[in-house]
Ligand binder design. Sequence first.
Ligand code: PLP
Length: 435
Amino acid sequence: MMPGSLPVNQNIEILENGKTVRDVIDSKIKELDSAENQQPFFVANLDCVLKAHLRWTKNLPRVKPFYAVKCNDTPTVVSMLSALGTGFDCASKGEIQLALSLGVTPDKIIYANPTKPSYHIKYAASQGVDTMTFDNEEELLKISSFHAQFLKRLTLEMLLSRLFGATLSSAGKLLERAAQLGLQVIGVSFHVGCLCTDSLTFKRAIADSRHVFDMAKSLGFKMSLLDIGGGFSGTDFINESLDEFFPSESGVRIIAEPGRYFVESAFTLAVNVIAKRTVMNETEDYNTESGPDRTMEYYINDGVFGSLSSVLNFPEAVGSSELKYKSVIWGPTCDSLDKVLENYWIPELRVGDWLLMDNAGAYTLSICSDFNNLKEHSFTFQHLLTLTTDSCVHTTSTGPDPLKLCVDQPANERFYAHNVKNYENNAKYNINIGL
Ligand code: PLP
């Protein structure tokens, strides 16, 4: 990829002369500290997106990725993936608008949300986005009432989660109804759920899809598209199952909707400790081996109502010889739900310290609200997002790297934090947070 094809006007810095992403983060922190404006910020390394793309094309050559915009709708990510030739899974009018505004053509967009507001369907149809998913009869009726002259290309979403999807047993009836309404059902889609670690789930879903294809054929449909959704954490069984149930000779076009896979490792979030309090434990029976008789409570300027709603597991601090305290980390709002982490064993932090969280690209920025009117949560591009790319402009000549298709870090190391002030003195500690 040449620099000329990188998105412009989006605060991108090409790293040269050995400058690293950490250097960018450190200088941003210095800049914010000296301006006494310690807002949280993200730094994205576009190299990771490019490498993910190269791994994808090497490991899943038959599957065209349609990036799930909901995962991270940063315009630079969308533009970059568009330049790399991916399509886009959009779940709303707003996401379709964003993709179109960045030059994505309608044929590269699928409206992959089986329950859509009528006015969003109308908008999609008016823009030429003609491939959408459905999983129930009401949705078929809704779609058929719009733009009768417009050729709808529907994919039947199969049930794999509690939220969406038709069951295998209801698929036949739905297809019959679609035929009655004169709608064209061109394929089957499924989504195994985020971070699917059981690759047999993909195998089962691909086999079930074959079944629906056969059912559709007997009803007169000529299905030509299989959409294997998102949730990628490995490729085991996917190629094998595709070759078994949808061999190349079948002519079926295969697409997927990966989100997290492309962006998770690309983003680092830096947050600032804005307040702190010490709560003395009232009982004497604390475990002296694991720490002193107090809980430290910290408040950071991003939280559950901002970009940190997906931190689900409790962490364990590793790699530091400093005395650790049981700690709770709160977000900045006045809501008791805004608890980012608890039972978090870390050395004492100071107000003003920065915490860095790697692998923070998925379901973070795109989920932020401005609850409490906290402008911090808007992560406005002017001063909070710096996008960088280091070797990506040079890597294509060496071809795809041989890494497996998987996120760069194992799940239990998905986030880590360190105290930047300590880090500068080489007393770095890593903390596993995990999603
Ligand atoms: N496709 C659909 C229908 C989804 O609901 C989602 C996530 O919620 C995705 C794709 C992307 O999933 P992931 O980010 O785990 O790849």
